[in-house]
Design a protein around this ligand. Structure first.
Ligand SMILES: NC(=O)c1ccc[n+]([C@@H]2O[C@H](COP(=O)([O-])OP(=O)(O)OC[C@H]3O[C@@H](n4cnc5c(N)ncnc54)[C@H](OP(=O)(O)O)[C@@H]3O)[C@@H](O)[C@H]2O)c1
Length: 309
């Protein structure tokens, strides 16, 4: 269904050079769709081209857009042939959300969505999918989180993503057809994350710094499942002006993860616990009933991923 409706026009994926964006490029290209892939530099775009080289013979299906969203001017590609935008580009680190990075976070997570959503509305893009984050819920006492849970961000990343959501909704009031999707913690190949970090440190016998006491939990979902979820949303009018949380089905504490990985490697980790420099969420798991109502189901597990590494 995705294929038939979007075959003629392109999907613009911002942040295509990032972890989720690059998997989305592969996902939609495999479906035979055409994409415009945005990245901030020639270096990150060259790396993406390498990842997409299996589609080399289908060059007409891929266009690249090099744009640093921190630049004063934004030179848009031809928007006339874009059907949908999936906006992934963002400042993404919770820990880098400090005062010295305030302007960068505001520009990338608030001003950039504003510029793109305005343009999307002006040229009547059919669907603007905005990637927010489970971090917008911040500190909660009742779980699982649902789309109706009141948002209470506790760090700069979370609050900048929440303002970004409001910006998108403000264009929704003016007619933009948008969907907000909130990944919680996504894992998969090609990502430097807590799993790869723990593994590397243990393998290299280096000390493993854990911020906090390691009891903080996250619910991981696989990037392949995440891409399938977006495949269900992109062409679905029911999703217009809606929001969807996508967390994994099960919580793991950081200490749990270290145990699973060190058992698999059969090596003891050398853990150093440190105080975190920014406020970190203690628990972050969401119910996924709303997205399951679109036909979504999980196919991948974190344990299998770790065991097959
Ligand atoms: N991965 C997760 O677990 C997770 C969880 C919650 C929410 N999310 C959200 O999902 C989206 C994608 O996350 P991700 O994990 O794929 O992030 P990522 O790997 O850190 O990728 C970030 C992307 O943003 C682009 N970007 C950063 N600064 C830019 C700038 N100044 N100008 C233009 N582009 C810039 C990067 O482009 P270059 O590489 O070319 O610089 C990259 O493509 C983000 O909106 C994030 O907030 C992700």
């Amino acid at each position: 269904m995705v294929k038939q409706k979007l075959l003629k026009k392109r999907i613009l994926i911002t942040g295509a050079t990032g972890f989720i964006g690059s998997h989305l490029c592969l996902y939609f290209l495999k479906k035979g769709l055409k994409i415009i892939a945005q990245g901030s530099s020639s270096k990150s775009i060259a790396t993406l081209k390498e990842k997409l080289k299996i589609f080399q013979n289908h060059d007409e299906n891929i266009e690249y857009w090099q744009q640093n969203f921190l630049d004063e001017t934004i030179k848009f590609p031809d928007f006339s042939n874009i059907k949908a935008i999936i906006h992934c580009a963002s400042a993404t680190s919770v820990r880098e959300g400090t005062l010295e990075n305030y302007d960068k976070y505001f520009k990338l997570n608030v001003t950039t969505p504003k510029i793109l959503a305005k343009k999307a509305l002006e040229v009547e893009i059919e669907h603007f999918i905005h990637l927010s984050s489970g971090q917008v819920y911040g500190h909660q006492t009742s779980f699982p989180i649902t789309e109706k849970t009141i948002k209470n961000p506790i760090n700069l990343y979370g609050i900048s993503k929440l303002i970004g959501e409001h910006i998108i909704a403000s264009f929704g009031i003016l007619g933009l057809k948008y969907t907000i999707v909130r990944p919680f913690s996504v894992f998969g190949t090609g990502q430097s994350n807590i799993i790869s970090l723990i593994k590397d440190k243990i393998l290299k016998d280096e000390s493993l710094t854990i911020f906090g006491d390691g009891t903080q939990t996250r619910a991981f979902s696989h990037v392949k499942d995440f891409c399938r979820a977006l495949g269900l949303i992109i062409n679905n009018r029911k999703c217009y002006n809606e929001d969807y949380n996508l967390s994994g089905p099960k919580e793991y504490s950081v200490n749990n993860l270290i145990d699973i990985i060190s058992n698999k490697l059969n090596k003891k980790p050398n853990i150093v616990y440190r105080e975190a420099n920014v406020n970190e969420i203690k628990r972050n798991i969401a119910a996924v009933n709303k997205i399951q109502n679109l036909g979504f189901f999980f196919t991948e597990s974190l344990e299998d991923f770790i065991n097959n590494q």
